[in-house]
Write a protein that binds this ligand. Structure first.
Ligand code: HEC
Length: 92
């Protein structure tokens, strides 16, 4: 399964990279960025994310809403994405 993910990442990297510079211009290069984009750039663009500032708790709640919309995310990925979002788009 891990191998499969690795292959997927390698295969899709060229497709992910342009979208990093295209849609992710406002997002700092911190750990978790790729994961966030992978998880959050599918149903809508990243603009709706970069516009909002939320605390970790609020991000947690919001991503719960995204799950209702159909987001599939493991607990570990959730942690990575929330860590990233609170750093890039957290409340001071
Ligand atoms: C399965 C589809 C789907 C995925 C995946 C998804 N979203 Fe959403 N998201 C929606 C829908 C539907 C809305 C509401 C309509 C809209 O604003 O486009 C929304 C709206 C939002 C909004 C605006 C809500 C507001 O009230 O300000 C934010 C911020 C957001 N999503 C963040 C995220 C983040 C962060 C992720 C990744 C963890 C994510 N979304 C992944 C479907 C999704």
């Amino acid at each position: 399964m891990k191998k499969y993910m690795l292959i997927l990442t390698i295969v899709f990297l060229p497709f992910i990279s342009p979208s990093l510079s295209f849609g992710g211009g406002n997002f700092p290069d911190l750990p978790g960025k790729t994961k966030m984009i992978e998880k959050c750039n599918t149903c809508h663009g990243l603009n709706s994310i970069s516009r909002s500032k939320r605390s970790a708790k609020e991000w947690h709640k919001l991503i719960g809403q995204m799950k209702d919309y159909g987001l599939e995310i493991t607990d570990e990925e959730l942690k990575t994405v929330i860590d990233y979002l609170t750093r890039c788009c957290g409340k001071d």
